[in-house]
Ligand binder design. Sequence first.
Ligand SMILES: CC(=O)SCCNC(=O)CCNC(=O)[C@H](O)C(C)(C)COP(=O)(O)OP(=O)(O)OC[C@H]1O[C@@H](n2cnc3c(N)ncnc32)[C@H](O)[C@@H]1OP(=O)(O)O
Length: 173
Amino acid sequence: MAKVKKASESLTIMTNIVLPNETNSLRNLFGGELLAKMDRCASISAARHCERRVVTASVNHVSFNHPIPEGGIVILESKVSRAFSTSMEVYVDVWLDDPINQKKIHTNEGIYTFVAVDEFNRPIPIPEMLPETDEEKARFAAAFRRKELSLILSGRMKPLESVELKKLFQEPN
Ligand SMILES: CC(=O)SCCNC(=O)CCNC(=O)[C@H](O)C(C)(C)COP(=O)(O)OP(=O)(O)OC[C@H]1O[C@@H](n2cnc3c(N)ncnc32)[C@H](O)[C@@H]1OP(=O)(O)O
């Protein structure tokens, strides 16, 4: 297995059409249906990066910016944004595609943490991740801060133990 992999090597794209049984009373895609699709897409990216079985450790953030109507074409695009020791952050971007009017609306964004595990479900080391594009570099740079926040919110880290996150609240000299 490579020791370093590019972000693009974990790129996963899933395209779906919204069916009536996936919608809410407003005939838009039900949020829980979308979350399941996002988790699937992100888990494939994580597995592509580490070439191991992965489990979802945390859903750190999901935004719902625009409804997705019944019959809409949904494109999910995910990539590993940073790899740590055994865990990795995965970004999922969701688009509503309108091929008739040639428009694409960015409807959702999700940030997930996955952990690579062995056959006994114990965390195992993963390859480093190399960002290349400006967007990949920006997401990579802020990922450690988000990891600390997620660990604090899950009670795995005390706020004063954080390094990057604490810097946000410190006055510049
Ligand atoms: C694809 C699916 O849908 S899977 C189904 C849903 N998911 C599951 O069932 C997973 C259930 N949870 C588990 O199995 C375990 O809690 C695991 C494997 C996630 C973690 O196991 P632990 O024994 O706690 O391992 P440990 O404390 O060493 O953490 C492993 C890594 O995960 C990271 N981690 C754990 N929890 C979090 C969290 N809430 N937020 C961010 N990172 C986390 C740790 O920081 C560590 O990262 P690092 O090694 O890269 O520094």
